[in-house]
Design a protein around this ligand. Structure first.
Ligand code: GLP
Length: 260
């Protein structure tokens, strides 16, 4: 695993955006050979999206031959609901870049047959040749996508019940009213994320320090689904000093040393 420790959120965002743009450019995607990118929502990736939009405007990267798969979506929210992940992605990223609409994949929170929706999502990922790079954030309890604690580390796309803690944390987007937060979501599984050829997880701020500590120094456990990354051949955690603050000094020294 690579761990990149930057002084603050700004530097985390710039580093991650440049990394993604470089990966896309090196891959030299075409319509027959597209770059498949997994994407998250949440406040953490906002800086990366802002930087990628800037790079697109400066002709440093194009998304014309990029296919995206989002991690998750609330069950019961239509795409035009301001708190749906559909709405978030178009507002904060897709409306500002040259991605083709048909290349965007987001689970349909209004699907009548949720099981089929999830199974079809896995099939679409496979049909596109798998995900090249999966970008993700992390919950305070170490969840990736909506794979809450004790999710199977080999789980696939499915419906999950959200924990009270996640509902409480996410209520900040729903006027701080927990009764407005959906109680279930569809999410790619830990196994789906780990099948990507590369996985990059972003974390910033003190609130994520425990999850980052567990992800890097903790034992692999379904209690902290982020720990599955330790088994990935190409896992990267990009975090700021605050999120790295519970790591042992020698851990920080090691990762800073090899990245110098
Ligand atoms: C939600 C999302 C996750 C995200 C997490 C953290 O639970 N399903 O994908 O990583 O929130 O969000 P934030 O970046 O806002 O802290």
């Amino acid at each position: 695993m690579r761990v990149i420790i930057k002084p603050d959120y700004e530097n985390v965002s710039v580093w991650a955006a440049q990394y993604i743009a470089n990966r896309i450019n090196k891959f030299a995607p075409t319509s027959d050979h597209p770059f498949v990118l997994g994407l998250p929502t949440g406040s953490t990736p906002l800086g990366v999206y802002r930087e990628l939009i800037k790079m697109y405007q400066q002709n440093k990267v194009s998304f014309a031959n990029v296919i995206t798969f989002n991690m998750d979506e609330y069950v019961g929210l239509p795409a035009d609901h301001p708190q749906s992940y559909h709405y978030f992605m178009f507002e904060n990223f897709f409306n500002h870049i040259d991605i083709k609409k048909e290349n965007i994949h987001i689970l349909n929170g209004m699907a009548k047959d949720i099981e089929k929706e999830c199974a079809d999502y896995e099939k679409s990922i496979l049909a596109c040749g798998g995900i090249e790079l999966f970008l993700g954030g992390i919950g305070e309890d170490g969840h990736i996508a909506f794979n809450e604690p004790f999710s199977s580390l080999s789980s696939r796309t499915r419906i999950k019940t959200l924990t009270s803690d996640t509902i409480k944390v996410n209520s900040r987007f729903f006027n701080n009213d927990i009764t407005q937060v959906p109680t279930t979501a569809m999410t790619v599984g830990v196994g789906t994320i780990m099948d990507a050829r590369e996985v990059m997880i972003l974390a910033n701020g003190n609130k994520k320090a425990k999850a980052v500590y567990q992800g890097i120094e903790g034992a692999i456990s379904h209690k902290w689904t982020i720990t599955a990354l330790q088994n990935h051949k190409h896992g990267i955690i990009v975090c700021d000093d605050a999120a790295a603050s519970l790591l042992a000094p020698e851990t920080i020294k090691y990762f800073k040393d090899i990245e110098r």
